[in-house]
Design a protein around this ligand. Structure first.
Ligand code: NAI
Ligand code: MG
Length: 356
C-alpha cells in the first residue's frame, strides 16, 4: 500500500506533518511518499501540478492532501494558480464523490456558533459531486457582451453543466451511503431557476426508484442554507452538486465548532481516494503553528477506512481525537474559557499519545 503525501501551501505543510506523525504511530504496513503541489510546486517547477506529482498520485492507493493557495498567487493566469492543482487532481483521478461528515463532538458543543441544543449530537453527511457543475463546465471566459443592454461591454461567463451519467453515479453513492445511516437523503437543487438542477432533480427521482427503502426529499439550496442553521439535525445525508456542496459544507463546518474539524474523502469508481481537510491554506495564520490539525488527522482516519481497509485503525484515531478533546486541549479556533490552548504540533503530539 502506498500513500502519496501532498502537503501543499500555507498551513497545509503544518497540518499534514501532524497527520503523518499519527499515521506513523499506527503499526501498519504502508509506504508514504511526498511531493510538491500547489504554490510550492509552482515556485519549484513553474507549475502547480507537475507531471511527477500527478504520476505519484495516480499510482498511489490513497492521497493525503493538505491545502493549496495563497494570496500572492492571485495575479497568476488561472491555469498556473495553486487551486488548479486540486481541481486537476480531482478531474484526472475522476474523484467525483466527495464525503464531508459534519459531526459535532460532545466536547465541542460550546464551540459551535449555534445554541448547544441545536448541535448536540449532530451527525450529518454532506455528499458533494466533485468533478462537474460550473467549476468545470465549458465554455468559460471573458469577452465583449454579444447582446443585451450592455452589448459590447466586457463580460465574464461560466457554464453550469451536468450529464445524466454524472448525476446518476453520484445519486447511487448518496442512496447507498444513506442505507448505512438513517435512510434519508435531502437532494439540494435550484430546480426552480436552473435547468441544470431541474435535470438533477428529475434524474435523482429516477435513480431513487431503485432505493425504495430510502426516504428522499428535495430542497432548494437557499432554503437548505437556512435550514442548516435553523434545525441542522433534521438532515441526515445532504446530497448536492459541486458549487452548492462547496458552500453548504463550509456552512456546516461551523455547526461542528470550526472548519478546522471537518475532514473529507473524495473517491473515484475504483475506491481510490484523496483525503483532505475541508478548509483551505489559511494564509492568515500560516507559519504561526496555531492551525487546527484535527480535520487532517480525521481525514487520515477516513483514508484508512475507505481506501486502505483498516477500519479498526480509523476508529482508533477517531477515539484518540475525542480523548484529546475530552482532556480539554484546544487549538485557537475551538478554544473556549476553561480549556487549554495548544498549538498545531502539541495537538498532533497529544493525539499520538492518546493512541497509546
Ligand atoms: P480557508 O479555509 O483557508 O480559511 C478560512 C478561515 O478559516 C480563515 O480565517 C482561516 O484562518 C480559518 N481556518 C481554516 N483552516 C483552519 C484550521 N485548520 N485551523 C484554524 N483555522 C482555520 O479559506 P480562504 O481564506 O477563503 O482561502 C485561503 C486560500 O485557500 C485561498 O487561496 C483559497 O483558494 C484556498 N483554498 C484551498 C482549498 C483546498 O486546497 N482544497 C479549499 C479552500 C480554499
Ligand atoms: Mg470550499
Amino acid at each position: 500500500m502506498k500513500i502519496a503525501v501532498l502537503p501543499g501551501d500555507g498551513i497545509g505543510t503544518e497540518i499534514v506533518a501532524e497527520a503523518v506523525k499519527v499515521l506513523k504511530t499506527l503499526d501498519l504496513k504502508f509506504e508514504m511518499e511526498s511531493a510538491l503541489v500547489g504554490g510550492a510546486a509552482y515556485d519549484a517547477h513553474g507549475h502547480p501540478l507537475p507531471e511527477s506529482t500527478l504520476k505519484l498520485a495516480k499510482e498511489a492507493d490513497a492521497i493525503l492532501f493538505g491545502a493549496v493557495g495563497d494570496w500572492k498567487y492571485d495575479k497568476l493566469d488561472r491555469p498556473l494558480r495553486p487551486e488548479q492543482a486540486i481541481l486537476g487532481l480531482r478531474k484526472n483521478l475522476g474523484l467525483f464523490a466527495n464525503f464531508r461528515p459534519a459531526i459535532c463532538y460532545e466536547q465541542l458543543v460550546g464551540a459551535s456558533s449555534l445554541k448547544p441544543e441545536l448541535v448536540a449530537g449532530l451527525d450529518i453527511l454532506i455528499i458533494r459531486e466533485l468533478t462537474g457543475d460550473i467549476y468545470f463546465g465549458q465554455p468559460r471566459g471573458r469577452r465583449e457582451a454579444p447582446d443585451g443592454e450592455f452589448k459590447g461591454a466586457p463580460e465574464a461567463f461560466d457554464t453550469m453543466r451536468y450529464t445524466k451519467p454524472e448525476i446518476e453515479r453520484i445519486a447511487h453513492v448518496a442512496f447507498q451511503a444513506a442505507r448505512k445511516r438513517n435512510k434519508k437523503v435531502t437532494s439540494v437543487d435550484k430546480a426552480n431557476v436552473l435547468e441544470t438542477f431541474q435535470f438533477w432533480k428529475d434524474t435523482v427521482i429516477e435513480v431513487h426508484a431503485q432505493y425504495p427503502d430510502v426516504a428522499l426529499e428535495h430542497m432548494y439550496v437557499d432554503n437548505a442554507a437556512m435550514q442548516l442553521v435553523k434545525n441542522p439535525k433534521a438532515f441526515d445525508v445532504v446530497f448536492t452538486g459541486n458549487m452548492f456542496g462547496d458552500i453548504l459544507s463550509d456552512e456546516a463546518s461551523m455547526l461542528t465548532g470550526s472548519i478546522g474539524m471537518l475532514p473529507s474523502a473524495s473517491l473515484n469508481s475504483k475506491n481510490q481516494g484523496l483525503y483532505e481537510p475541508s478548509h483551505g491554506s489559511a494564509p492568515d495564520i500560516a507559519g504561526k503553528g496555531i492551525a487546527n490539525p484535527l480535520a487532517t488527522i480525521l481525514s487520515a482516519a477516513m483514508m484508512l477506512r475507505f481506501s486502505l481497509n483498516q477500519e479498526e485503525a480509523a476508529q482508533r484515531i477517531e477515539a484518540a481525537v475525542q480523548k484529546v478533546l475530552a482532556q480539554g486541549l484546544r487549538t485557537g479556533d475551538i478554544w473556549s474559557e476553561g480549556t487549554t490552548k495548544v498549538g498545531t504540533a502539541q495537538m498532533g503530539d497529544a493525539v499520538v499519545k492518546a493512541l497509546g
